[in-house]
Structures are given as structure tokens and as C-alpha cells.
Design a protein around this ligand. Sequence first.
Ligand SMILES: *Cc1c(COP(=O)(O)O)cnc(C)c1O
Length: 390
Amino acid sequence: MTRPNRPIYLDNHATTPLDPRVLAAMRPWWEENFANPHSVEHAMGREAEAAVETARGHVSELIGASASEIILTSGATEANNLAIKGAARFAAGQGSERRRIITVATEHKCVLESVRDLAAEGFEPVVLPVRPDGLLDLDVLRHALEVPTLLVSVMAVNNEIGVVQDLAAIGALVKAAGALFHSDAAQGCGRIPLDVEELRLDLLSISGHKIYGPKGIGALYVRRRPRVRLAPLFSGGGQERGLRSGTLATPLIVGFGEAARIAGIEGLLDAGRIAGQREVFLTRLRAEVPGIRVNASQEHRVAGNTNLTFPGGVDAQALMAAAPEVCVSTGSACSSAAVEPSYVLAAIGLPEAEARSTLRVGIGRFTSPAEAEQGAALLAAAWQRLVEQD
Ligand SMILES: *Cc1c(COP(=O)(O)O)cnc(C)c1O
């Protein structure tokens, strides 16, 4: 995977590279069999359908589900919308009195906005704060659940600060309160063990391109026993048990399945190796940038994430511009004019000035020790130059 003069890619939260084995698995479904997997009247269609079902099996196995509980979507954004809006609308349609939908301030925008959008339909969005370590305080959740609640959505792993929520403890509280439990596991799947039975999840969202699979594909796990019912977002031909109409994207699904299969076998091995590269990266950076700080929980986190506040008031945008060979990111949302500091960093109590000096570094399956070392050296040198300019 290494090419000379290729930028050093340390942005594996935004997306991961396609694993070459995934590309190999996808190729025949682009080049040879293009049939519609719903065309079961002919051999090519049936072959495509079989490939889709094999892939669905791999995705389900990664999370301890059965294949019939996997609804294929265009990604985690769609899965999160379907889970949250679908569950709320179905329950309301059945005459449920429960209106409260609870989520957390550090969720991905697509979760926060789905929950907030439901206010217009008469639901009661509740966005809970997190502690300075990025974790949800269980007492805060317990208190919020005193009002009858329809759904609780808490992410498995945060995409900016990498913290791992205690889904087992959260799930126990949510189920005791009789609410549905959803998790956005786009950053969790394939990185930490996730079992829908152990965690008592009713709904779980996954994204293909965060697990070294293709972009534009993902899944929503929907529990069958006891059955969780959703209102679909799309009207159409009734594919995916009526929950997601539209022709299935066979090549993307085959790639997603292969990525899930590999994650199931190699995810924990990856984590061990990635933790080693992160150590290499941080050791070098700490030696050259005294006072650099790693944000949020140091224990409850995934191996690849490092959210770093640089000292000396250096601007993160300027730092990235001064180290163009390294691909990293801020959690900031760039609107047309201003760069808004990350709401996730605000939620863990980082002052705005510090948030503006903060970078997210994501090490992944294909990051070599040399890249980790060189990435740190380049960022440190850029920081040094900016500090000296002042
Ligand atoms: C990437 C990501 C998403 C969106 O996934 P897509 O498949 O790109 O729609 C949602 N939530 C989290 C936590 C993510 O990291």
C-alpha cells in the first residue's frame, strides 16, 4: 500500500482506504456479473442474490446478529436516520404515548439532526451532556429516563475523540426503562467487540467505508426478537423487508461483506498493531512538542484515535497548511465564511481557543511505523516553525 511521495494518511476516522482484498472481491461484480440481485428469474440474478446474501451473513456475524436482521443502506447516515425517525414514526403511528428521544451532545451530526428534526413531529428531543472525559454519566441518563422514553441513541465510539461509551451499562438502563436502544457504531464496528445481544441493542448502524470497505454502503441492524418495527424512509419496491426500497448495489455490498469478514478475523489484531504505531507517533510528538495534550479519556478509547491540543496558541488550520504532506483533520465544521470550532470539543469543556489548536489524528490498518514516525516529525516541525514565527 505504500507509494513513494504519497501523503501520509492519518485521517482514518473520516474514511479508511479500501483493503485490496475487498477490491478483489468486488471486481467480478463490476466487470462480469452486473445482474440485478432481485432478478431471481434468471441465473445471473440468482448468482448476484446469493453474493448479496453471503455478504449480509458476514455483516451480521461481525455484530452477533442473524442475517435476516441486517437492512442494507447507503451508509451510516441513512442507517441512523432510518433507526431514529423510523422507530419514532412507527411508534407514534401505533398510538404510543412515549415522545422522549434521548441522545448525547457528542453524537455525529446525522444522529443529532435526526433527533432534533423529530421535534417538528411532536417528539421531545433530549440531548445529554458528557463528562470532560467524553463519556456519558450513567446517573444523568438514569435521570433522563425517569420520563417514559421511546428511544435512546448513544454512539459506540466517537469519531473525533475516540472514546468508547459503556454500551453494556447504558443498554441495561435503557431496557429497564422500556425504551428502544440504538447505537451509531460507524467507528466502533471492527475496532472493538460489539455483540448486539450482550449490549442489548435493538438497532445498530454500520458504515462500509469506516471498515476498509467501499463508500456508499452500510447497514442497520434491526432486532427481530422481540421484533422492532420501523416506518421506512423511502416508498418503493419494498426491498429489504419493506424498510429500504431500491435496487441493491451488489458490488458495494459484496465489498462491505468482505470488509466485515476481514474485520471479524483481524479487527483485534489491527488494534494491537495500531496501538503500537500510535505509541511511536505520540512518543516522537511528545519529545518534540513539550506540553502537547491528548484529550478525553485515556483508558476508554480506540487504539487509532489521538485528539491533540498543541501548545503555544498555534492555529490547527495553519498547522495543517504548514504540514501538507500529512493528512489529518480538525473536527471543525467549515461553513462558507467562518470555521466553527468542533461542538464535540466544546461538549468536553475545551475552551474555544484550545479547540482551535486541536487536531484529530487517526491511525489505521495500513499505517506503517515509518509513517507514524514521519507524520509526528512533520507535524512537530510545522508546529516549531509556527511558534517561532510569532
Ligand atoms: C462516518 C460516520 C457516519 C456517517 O457514515 P456514512 O456511511 O459516511 O454515512 C456516522 N457516524 C459516525 C460516528 C461516523 O464516523
